[in-house]
Write a protein that binds this ligand. Structure first.
Ligand SMILES: Nc1ncnc2c1ncn2[C@@H]1O[C@H](COP(=O)(O)OP(=O)(O)O)[C@@H](O)[C@H]1O
Ligand SMILES: [Mg+2]
Length: 217
């Protein structure tokens, strides 16, 4: 299964969500590889910091949008799960990621700034649909707080504006995400039970979707 974590906005949590999903999949004994497409190589550095005694994850860097499709096809032969950590800067790459993915996860923070940049992303998504009609996509709300009434409203607005569902599992703002990342870990391996639990919910929801879409047994 190939999961693209993408959007045209930086700092929304693409790499954080990618790394944390990779860790959860590895703990579930899936063979997992992350393709880092971003010039800042955030996930490659994360991988460099990861203790080799932790469950194994591979990370490869693909800088060329032309090479992405082939690399993904090759990696898909050898791994159960291919995660693509998206880049906000290369628009061609964004289209390739959209076309290469079985499922797209689109991280978004509940604020006006992220909302505004979505129009541009969805232009690409609609263009990509001319080549492949069914590209399942889901928003993942990041830095969300159920205590803020305004966040709930924005979540509904996002869903109705773009006709893409928002996943039930939402990610709160927690220092554990940054702290775990520094040592090449995911929150599943870290000492914040709330962060761990929301990541477990996310992975369960992704696996349920994958089953419904016949992407996994
Ligand atoms: N849920 C969260 N809680 C706290 N910090 C977060 C959360 N998600 C992301 N961050 C932090 O925000 C910054 C940007 O996140 P990152 O995943 O690198 O975004 P992107 O890959 O979309 O550019 C990082 O420093 C990361 O640690
Ligand atoms: Mg990133």
């Amino acid at each position: 299964m190939i999961i693209g974590i993408t959007s045209l906005k930086g700092g929304v949590g693409k790499s954080t969500i990618t790394q944390n999903l990779a860790v959860c999949f590895a703990h579930l004994s899936y063979k997992v590889v992350v393709v880092d497409t971003d010039t800042n190589q955030n996930t490659l550095s994360w991988f460099g910091a990861r203790d080799k005694d932790l469950p194994n994850i591979n990370v490869v860097r693909v800088a060329e949008s032309e090479a992405l499709t082939k690399s993904i096809e090759n990696l898909h032969q050898d791994y159960d799960i291919v995660l693509i950590d998206g880049t906000p800067s290369l628009s061609k790459m964004a289209t390739r990621i959209i076309l290469a993915s079985d499922i797209l996860l689109i991280p978004i923070r509940p604020g006006a700034q992220d909302f505004r940049t979505m129009g541009e992303f969805f232009k690409r998504y609609e263009d990509a649909k001319e080549f492949r009609d069914n590209i399942p996509a889901y928003f993942v709300l990041n830095e969300y707080s159920e205590h803020k009434k305004v966040h709930e409203g924005i979540s509904k607005q996002i869903e109705s504006s773009f006709e893409v569902p928002v996943l039930k599992s939402k990610i709160n703002s927690r220092v554990a995400y940054t702290e775990a990342s520094v040592t090449g870990q995911g929150v599943f391996e870290y000492s914040d039970p709330k962060a761990k639990s929301e990541m477990v919910n996310l992975i369960k929801e992704v696996l349920e979707m994958a089953k419904e879409l016949n992407l996994m047994e």
